[in-house]
Every structure is written in C-alpha cells, then in structure tokens.
Ligand binder design. Structure first.
Ligand SMILES: [Mg+2]
Length: 159
C-alpha cells in the first residue's frame, strides 16, 4: 500500500485489545475498585490490565508531530474505560473520545463533526474486523490489528 507521508492528521484508536489488554478480556468484564501496581492496573478480583508496550511512545510521538488523537470504543462500560484512561494517565492525549456501545460508524460521524477534517485524513486502529469493515467504508484508512495491540510499527508509516 502506498502511504503519502505526513498526510494523515487524525489517529483514532480502539481501546480494548488495541490500547490495553484487560487480563485477557474486555474492560467491561473487570470491576472496581482498581489499584495501580507499577505500570499496570489491578481490578477487585486481581485481574491485571496492561497497556501494550509501545502505547506511551506512540501517543508522545503523535503529539510531538502535532497529530490529533481520538478514541472510538464500543465498550458497554464507558465509565470504566474512562477511569482506566485516567489511571494510565493517557486521557489527556485523546480529544473528543467516543466511548459507548454501537456501530463505530456513528462514533466516526461524530468524530468527523468534532474535528472537521475529511475521513481521508484519518487512520483508525482496531483489533476487530467488523469495526474495520464498517469504518473503512466511510473512507477512513484502517489498520487491522490481527494479533491485538497497536505497536509502533503500525503507526510509524503514517507519520
Ligand atoms: Mg478492541
């Protein structure tokens, strides 16, 4: 695939199995209260929620490059996703995050209105093919994270 360097303005990330692995499940299957343990978060049952290793680097490099960052998640527990983002101290990187159940087409329509940039200048990272399939039809460039987790190698080509 030919990628025009520097063309992409907005980078949108799914949360579960893209930004973090909530102990082999989704964050809506974990329960408060949460505790920070080193770089990870532990839920009430001792389940460990970890960010993938390149996340902080990705968010920092994108901000330094003046790229815009958002999130599109269809979790059933937006309040928990929000709390985890704050505990990981990554919430401040994401602008106009759309976190609620439903088709991500509706998430992207609101993102498009909020940022007022063309779908062609957005790139979206997600581990579920149904989301990639729907969002790509809007004209958004999509990266399917087949093995879960967004890594630097997925993002770097778009910078
Ligand atoms: Mg996911």
């Amino acid at each position: 695939m030919f990628i025009l360097q520097g063309f992409m303005k907005l980078f949108v990330f799914d949360l579960d199995f893209t930004i973090w692995d909530a102990g082999g499940t989704w964050c809506d299957c974990t329960y408060p209260p949460y505790q920070k343990k080193g770089n990870d978060i532990i839920d009430v049952d001792g389940r460990m929620i970890s960010m993938y290793p390149d996340i902080l680097k990705i968010l920092l490099k994108l901000s330094e490059s003046n790229k815009m960052i958002s999130a599109a998640s269809r979790t059933n527990a937006p309040d928990i996703a929000d709390q985890l983002m704050k505990m990981f101290d990554i919430h401040h990187y994401f602008h106009h995050p759309q976190i609620y159940p439903g088709s991500k087409v509706s998430h992207f329509k609101i993102i498009q209105q909020n940022f007022n940039i063309d779908y062609s200048q957005m790139v979206f990272f997600d581990d579920e093919y149904r989301n990639i399939d729907e969002v790509s039809k809007l004209g958004v460039t999509c990266e399917f994270l087949e093995d879960g987790g967004v890594h630097w190698r997925h993002v770097e080509p778009y910078l």
